[in-house]
Design a protein around this ligand. Structure first.
Ligand SMILES: N[C@@H](CCC(=O)N[C@@H](CS)C(=O)NCC(=O)O)C(=O)O
Length: 221
């Protein structure tokens, strides 16, 4: 399904950075849906997300951003995914019944809060390249705090161990099938490597799970 070539969405565009974890979540989601749309790369490391061209589109300066036909934007990964879930309900990725939807929400959020944000805290408070940019986007200058890097790394390690326990006897995180919670978990497992946190011998369930998700064509998006 191409959302632009059919002429119905002439201006829709996804602002993306190929290496960054949050845009990757959206690209995997779109690939699972079979949706293609124009993308523009924005280099966060070069600070292009903080330059006037991009801030004119998204004053918050974060990625991903979905630009809609009427000129409005969505700039939260899960909001963008929910938009496309409504536009194209199949394959379902947010849950089919009340309990499944709640479980998907629960595990997706746990991956974000316990995984993504702690890994990001460790990364952004520890990398010299992000001095003064400990918070993503165009907010006030934020100094790095080494203690937050250490705490993020400690909590991220606890998240990884918790994920290992959750995956005991399970193929997927939240349901008996692939959902958006698996997208966030998979991306977080890879993002954790940025802070030197890797699933290893102590994490056989995660290694098998990661291989299972990686085998999906969407993982290459
Ligand atoms: N809660 C947002 C987080 C977005 C976010 O932090 N994106 C990062 C890239 S992964 C970013 O925009 N970084 C900009 C910067 O570092 O200045 C979401 O889920 O989309």
């Amino acid at each position: 399904m191409g959302l632009k070539p059919d002429g119905k969405t002439p201006n829709m565009k996804l602002f993306d950075m190929h290496k960054a974890p949050n845009p990757r979540r959206v690209r995997i989601f779109l690939a699972e849906k079979g949706i293609s749309l124009p993308m523009e790369q924005v280099d966060i490391q070069a600070g292009d997300n903080l330059k006037p061209h991009y801030l004119a589109i998204n004053p918050r300066g974060v990625l991903p951003t979905l630009l809609l036909d009427d000129g409005s934007i969505l700039d939260e990964s899960m909001a963008i995914c929910r938009y496309f879930e409504m536009v194209q309900p199949e394959p379902n990725l947010f849950g089919r019944d009340p309990l499944e939807a709640a479980q998907v929400e629960q595990w997706q959020r746990r991956m974000e809060f316990d995984g993504m944000y702690n890994i990001a805290a460790a990364f952004r408070n520890g990398q010299p390249a992000y001095a003064g940019r400990a918070q993503p986007g165009a907010g006030p200058e934020t100094a790095q705090i080494p203690a937050l890097a250490a705490r993020g790394a400690m909590l991220a390690a606890a998240w990884l161990d918790g994920l290992e326990a959750r995956l005991e006897g399970r193929d997927y995180l939240a349901a008996t099938r692939f959902t958006v919670a698996d997208i966030t978990a998979f991306v977080c497992i890879d993002f954790a490597r940025w802070i030197g946190l890797r699933a290893g011998e102590a994490h056989p369930n995660i290694l098998a799970y990661h291989a299972r998700i990686k085998a999906r064509p969407s993982s290459q998006a």
